[in-house]
Design a protein around this ligand. Sequence first.
Ligand code: CA
Length: 231
Amino acid sequence: MNTKESAQTILIVEDERDVTDLLTLSLGKAGFKTVVANDGVIGWRKAQTAKPALIILDLMLPGMSGLECCKVLKSNSDTARIPVLMLTAKAQEADRVAGLEYGADDYVTKPFSPRELVLRIKAILRRTREEDTGEVMSAHNIRIDPAKHEVVAAGKRLHLTSIEFKLLRTLLQRRGRVQSRDRLLNDVWGYESMIDTRTVDTHVRRLREKLGTAGNNIETVRGFGYKFREE
Ligand code: CA
């Protein structure tokens, strides 16, 4: 077993005992440490103190809802880069879409297979790790340092969510080449996801806003996707 992976902590934010027991057991067998929070407010606190590698967030929670919790996690610079995997009921499609728009990284629908969930978590962590070991990139007054997870645009440090960071990095790496929404969904969110392509538009819009004038370098290719302008 990969020792680096075995040391990682997963924060489980869920109030249903059956589910937390199942997750604790399955993740423990897969070599992860787990921390459980039974409501959204405690989940938010533990996300800051336990420094988890990933957060499993149920959307149906007492106190602060899972959706609110996701919003808070993704808008705070201390926690924005921690990947969030949402647990949702089949009927919660609107909430699921909202969660993805707030910056959740993926979702699993209840009832789920613990084996599939563990595979999904490993895939997200692998992608995150690969992204953290890349070389420093810069173009158009934007500098990305993957090891530090740092983005500086026109001398100003930006606070990006995990998805915004991946999206910017992908677009910048492939600058001058048009990227379809499907391709971006596949490469940024991961092939396992079945996410609506509108989610791509929401994230590009937010990324442009955060980038300020440098955001003008992301061109919309109507009816197809996006392109980062060649220098
Ligand atoms: Ca619940």
